[in-house]
Design a protein around this ligand. Structure first.
Ligand SMILES: Nc1c(/N=C/[C@@H](O)[C@H](O)[C@H](O)COP(=O)(O)O)[nH]c(=O)[nH]c1=O
Ligand SMILES: [Zn+2]
Length: 364
């Protein structure tokens, strides 16, 4: 590993530490180095807050003059909610900037680099680029498509069932897996279930980690507003609950739910909710990541709509059988095996007694 990679790895570690806090902004880390000494370090913590470079420059103060900046994302050149970092880097007298990835936002890509070079600063980019792109897979999807990054999480038995034929599902995966799921919830801005799951499990969809955690916005896909007024998602007040429905849903039920403080969005005429319209609406609310926890029908509809970016599956060493027991992906399904959705970049990891499998559907 050469010197650039050595320091960029540290910048990447800092970038990743705030987890999902920065959404809908990307995770960014910055490191200032002078005569082989780290004199400033920074991470972007929250949308609207100072950018990583600003934190590092503040820490270095006067010593920043003549230093090298390692930053995981091209310094911004546009005046967003904070002033442009490229200008701050130039003012501070930085002599060299090492970048992992250029800004994926087509409106500003390369502008920051141009400003730095015009000010006589040496710029090197592409260092640990793949690792930085992977770290910001959520932001990159959000900023380039105007839709959230969708992760479908399923927990199934070895024979692929998410419940027994009577609907019993507690629990399939073990405590270690369920802990990982709560960590995924902590890092997601929104979590979605179908009304079938609400009726079956009466879920809370809150983040219950030993150390506590941030509750995602809870989204229910419910085309005809069958969500019960006395379910936890409507009555527990633990986090906002949004229901996406159709214009055919009964108006009086919509008013009753709104009277309970529930936001109801009729985004399409129906019979089912148009997922693409729902996702665009979520992104317009600043939601960059959506964790879909099913159930089977909803997962099947996301598969059919090709609106899944990542699958995270926990497979438990259990068998339940039963041809009526629901599987992870219900819905219409494909007719021929040749139409199967292929997955790439597979990762396998044992979690307690379960096997966790991550993969990315190939749509193009
Ligand atoms: N049955 C299981 C799951 N079940 C997932 C959903 O069907 C549940 O309704 C939802 O996670 C419940 O949310 P809660 O009320 O906040 O706990 N998910 C898992 O990872 N393992 C399982 O064994
Ligand atoms: Zn910036």
């Amino acid at each position: 590993m050469d010197q650039h990679e050595y320091y960029m790895q540290k910048a990447l570690q800092w970038a990743d530490s705030p987890g999902g806090q920065t959404e809908p902004n990307p995770k960014v880390g910055a490191l200032l180095v002078k005569e082989h000494e780290i004199i400033g370090i920074g991470a972007h913590l929250k949308a609207g807050g100072p950018h990583a470079e600003v934190h590092a420059l503040r820490m270095a103060g006067e010593r920043a003059n003549g230093a090298t900046l390692y930053v995981t994302l091209e310094p911004c050149s546009h005046v967003g909610r904070t002033s442009p970092c490229a200008e701050a880097v130039i003012q501070a007298g930085i002599k060299k900037v090492v970048i992992a990835t250029l800004d994926p936002n087509p409106l500003v890509a390369g502008r920051g680099v141009k400003m730095l070079k015009q000010a006589g600063i040496e710029v090197i980019s592409g260092i640990c680029e793949q690792q930085s792109l992977q770290m910001n897979e959520i932001f990159n999807k959000y900023i380039t498509t105007g839709k959230p990054f969708v992760t479908v999480k399923t927990a199934s038995t070895l024979d692929g069932k998410v419940a027994t034929q009577t609907g019993s599902s507690r629990w399939i995966s073990g405590p270690r897996s369920r802990l990982e799921v709560h960590r995924m919830r902590h890092e997601s801005r929104a979590i979605l279930v179908g009304v079938g799951t609400v009726l079956q499990d009466n879920p809370e969809l809150t983040t219950r980690l030993p150390e506590g955690g941030r509750n995602p916005i809870r989204v229910i896909l419910d085309s005809r507003l069958r969500t019960p007024l006395d379910c936890k998602l409507v009555t527990d007040g633990q986090a906002p609950t949004w229901i996406y429905t159709t214009t055919q849903a009964p108006k009086e039920k919509m008013e009753l739910l709104q009277a309970h403080g529930i936001d109801v969005f009729p985004v399409s005429s129906g019979p089912s909710v148009d997922l693409s319209k729902m996702l665009k609406h979520l992104a317009e609310q600043g939601i960059a990541s959506l964790l879909v926890e099913g159930g089977s029908q909803v997962n099947g509809s996301f598969l059919k709509a090709k609106e899944i970016d990542k699958i995270v599956t926990f497979i438990a060493p259990k068998l339940v059988g039963g041809e009526d027991a629901p599987t992870s992906f219900g819905g219409e399904g494909v007719m021929e095996m040749g139409e199967a959705v292929l997955l790439k970049n597979m990762k396998f990891r044992q979690v307690g007694d379960d096997l966790r499998i991550d993969g990315y559907p190939i749509w193009e």
